[in-house]
Design a protein around this ligand. Structure first.
Ligand SMILES: NC(=O)c1ccc[n+]([C@@H]2O[C@H](COP(=O)([O-])OP(=O)(O)OC[C@H]3O[C@@H](n4cnc5c(N)ncnc54)[C@H](OP(=O)(O)O)[C@@H]3O)[C@@H](O)[C@H]2O)c1
Length: 275
């Protein structure tokens, strides 16, 4: 199964990738390798997930050429000063055993370090060739305005929580104007979409599951990608089987109407969300 790419700011990314939170140790590594063998070509990791070594080994074991896999990692919010960024990127590349990642993200914003300093440090890592692209995660419209308008940052992506129970309309509007990818994390709401009667009914109409309809709804939107996580090869395969059907405008609108401000990522350091 070949995943279609989407292009932002002149750079392409497979619009569906594998989330790897909690895919650790030998079982995690085997799952990531399985995903690559099934056709996943975008792998989302983070220093915080403690599995960069597993991701690197899985890529090498898969036999797929390095340049054919889009690898993202993220720096946690306690290490966003320039010196820490430099150190953390070096350590990540050592664990991954890669010379370069494709995308380096600010995992969460912080008030402890001026945003301009972090973005300049990220841009320097790109200049040094240690990442091809830079971006952010968990950024609001106000934070993006600051990054783009005040600091002139060239950001490829903002990775945020997005699923049928949470609208990201305001953020998407801002990001489309900036030609940025909104990569949806927790895209199947940690499995909660399987409890929705509406999504199950739409699935029946298309011969698909609630999860497949949800992932299709995400990637069918302009500017949106998704990184569902699975440790189960059957589920991984099902999550890829979303490119052989299309949702109508009415179907898309019906899923948008399920939004009810439900957020699964809730932390005391989170910014003031837009929804
Ligand atoms: N930037 C951030 O702050 C941030 C925050 C959270 C997550 N993320 C990223 O986004 C990724 C996805 O988020 P997530 O892992 O929290 O949630 P998710 O992808 O919405 O849901 C994962 C859960 O759904 C199950 N699942 C997956 N496919 C399924 C299917 N076809 N049928 C039934 N169950 C299925 C998985 O179980 P099985 O393993 O049994 O399939 C797992 O329990 C993460 O892994 C991580 O890479 C980023």
């Amino acid at each position: 199964m070949k995943v279609p790419v989407k292009t932002f700011r002149g750079e392409s990314i497979p619009c569906l990738g594998l989330g790897t939170f909690e895919l650790t140790g030998p079982a995690g590594e085997a799952a990531i390798r399985e995903a690559i063998e099934l056709g996943y070509r975008q792998i989302d990791t983070a220093i915080r997930y403690g599995n960069e070594a597993e991701v690197g080994r899985a890529i090498r074991a898969s036999g797929v050429a390095r340049q054919d896999i889009f690898v993202t990692t993220k720096i946690w919010f306690d290490a966003l000063d320039p010196e820490s960024v430099r150190q953390r990127v070096g350590e990540s590349l050592e664990r991954l055993e890669l010379e370069q990642v494709d995308l380096l993200l600010v995992h969460w914003p912080t008030r402890d370090v001026p945003l301009g300093e972090t973005l300049a440090a990220f841009a320097q890592e790109r200049s040094r060739g240690r990442t091809r692209l830079i971006g952010v995660s968990n950024f609001t419209v106000a934070l993006l305005d600051e990054a783009l308008d005040v600091h002139g940052a060239d950001l490829f992506c903002n990775q945020v929580e997005y699923h049928p129970f949470l609208s990201q309309e305001k953020l998407l509007d801002r990001m489309r104007r900036a030609d940025m990818l909104l990569n949806a994390y927790q895209p199947i709401a940690r499995g909660k979409v399987f409890g929705s009667d509406e999504l199950a009914a739409l699935g029946r109409k298309h011969g698909k599951t609630a999860g497949q309809v949800t992932l299709r709804w995400l990637v069918q939107q302009d500017g949106v990608g998704a990184i569902p996580r699975s440790s189960n090869p059957g589920n991984m395969r099902a999550n890829l089987e979303i490119f052989d059907f299309e949702l109508s405008d009415e179907d898309m609108a019906a899923i948008h109407r399920l939004a009810r401000g439900e957020r699964y990522s809730r932390f005391d350091w989170q910014p003031e969300w837009d929804d």
